[in-house]
Write a protein that binds this ligand. Structure first.
Ligand code: SF4
Length: 380
């Protein structure tokens, strides 16, 4: 049996954050039941396609999955358990934004089988949380974090953000210090990107919101890398840090181009050599009621060229980098035959470094990673 990861998208939040361009909606409580029903149908159908696969990780993301009631979440997880073969030690994560995780719900999630939580803290200062349009205060987060620990969650990720509008360096340091004091097993640290179509973008266009300059952004990032290393967090991916053995198994599936199936609104999949995604239209998704040909929107058979490109730029996000051996096993050709000149140029410019097994980004390479990744695009 082959390994696979499952992603389940819950596209609801209490309210939309001002910077968010994820497929999620606020104030749609009236759709929770119908959506859950449609998602259950999709899970069942996808399960039928996965008879030869065993599930090693499940990730409930969003949106804010924990806006759904315990009952709806239980139904979804039960449906997954009934429709797929799941390994005993599978990592089963749920995103639980602060402000949605009361003690009773935290306990219920643990009992129903979730064994990892991911919480979006973002910043330690209430003034920044309010600028971001988050629903929670830092006091609510602390309360929800304790609820999770009390419920028995011993594998928790905290998301934090830097380069926020008006955020000072001291505020970023304080966020990292306070987060590290809580001793979570995993920390994700992302720089804010102002995305088109968000209220932040409109403000930015009108000149009412300033983007953090590149220099400050990089200083904040370098500070986080050094600080978290001192606190025992292994920097294993550009934006991700973990205590030993607590790397996110699910996210590694994406970076190592292992198959995964996404279910729910707008969810993306990489399965049997194809990439495809579901509709982003909520009503259409609900009406499709799990009929795959009505909810799936784009399917692209991944050609070898595209697969090689993705292997490089997703794999290079990991600090361990990419392996020459794995590349040749997957594609039947040596990496150096395909990328000889690119690799030697990037090694020479100190953007790549040689590892025991292959190549990885240097610190400089990480700073301009997007630029480095484009070097791995192959000619038509
Ligand atoms: S909680 Fe997350 S998904 Fe929901 S609106 Fe805020 S950033 Fe977007």
């Amino acid at each position: 049996m082959k390994n696979i990861g499952l992603y389940v998208h819950i596209p609801f939040c209490k309210r939309k954050c001002l910077y968010c361009d994820f497929p999620s909606f606020g104030n749609k409580e009236d759709k929770y039941d119908a959506y859950t029903h449609a998602l259950e149908q999709e899970i069942e159908k996808r399960g039928e396609q996965c008879m030869d696969y065993r599930v090693t990780s499940i990730f409930f993301g969003g949106g804010t999955p924990t806006v759904l009631s315990e009952n709806l979440l239980r139904r979804l997880l039960e449906k997954i358990k009934a429709s797929f073969t799941i390994v005993e030690e599978a990592e089963i994560t749920i995103e639980a934004n602060p402000g949605t995780l009361e003690e009773k719900k935290a306990k219920a999630l643990r009992v129903m089988g979730f064994n990892r939580l991911s919480m979006g803290v973002q910043a330690w200062q209430n003034r920044l949380l309010s600028i971001l349009g988050r629903i929670h205060t830092i006091e609510e987060f602390q309360n929800n974090f304790q609820n999770a620990r009390k419920a028995g969650f011993d594998n928790i990720n905290l998301d934090v953000m830097f380069a926020l509008p008006t955020q000072t360096f001291d505020e970023w340091k304080e966020t990292l210090e306070k987060i590290a004091e809580l001793d979570p097993e995993h920390i994700s640290a992302y720089s804010l990107i102002i995305e088109e179509g968000t209220p932040f973008y409109e403000k930015f266009e009108k000149g009412e919101l300033l983007e953090t300059n590149e220099e400050m952004d990089r200083e904040m990032y370098h500070y986080a890398v050094a600080f978290l290393a001192e606190r025992g967090y292994h920097h294993y991916e550009i934006s991700n840090f973990a205590k030993s053995g607590r790397e996110s198994r699910h996210n590694k599936i994406y970076w190592q181009t292992t198959p995964y199936l996404g279910m729910g609104l707008g969810a993306h999949s990489y399965f049997q050599g194809s990439r495809f995604h579901n509709t982003y239209d909520l009503d259409k998704y609900i009406l499709a009621d799990g009929e795959i040909n009505r909810l799936e929107e784009e399917r692209e058979i991944q050609l070898k060229k595209a697969a090689m490109e993705e292997f490089m730029f997703l794999g290079l996000r990991l600090t361990e980098g990419v392996s020459f051996k794995v590349f040749s096993e997957l594609f039947g050709v040596e990496m150096k035959e395909v990328y000889n000149k690119v690799i030697s140029d990037l090694l020479e410019s100190n953007l790549l470094r040689q590892t025991e097994e292959g190549i990885a980004l240097t610190q400089r390479g990480i700073d301009i990673s997007n630029q480095v990744f484009t070097e791995f695009l192959l000619d038509e």
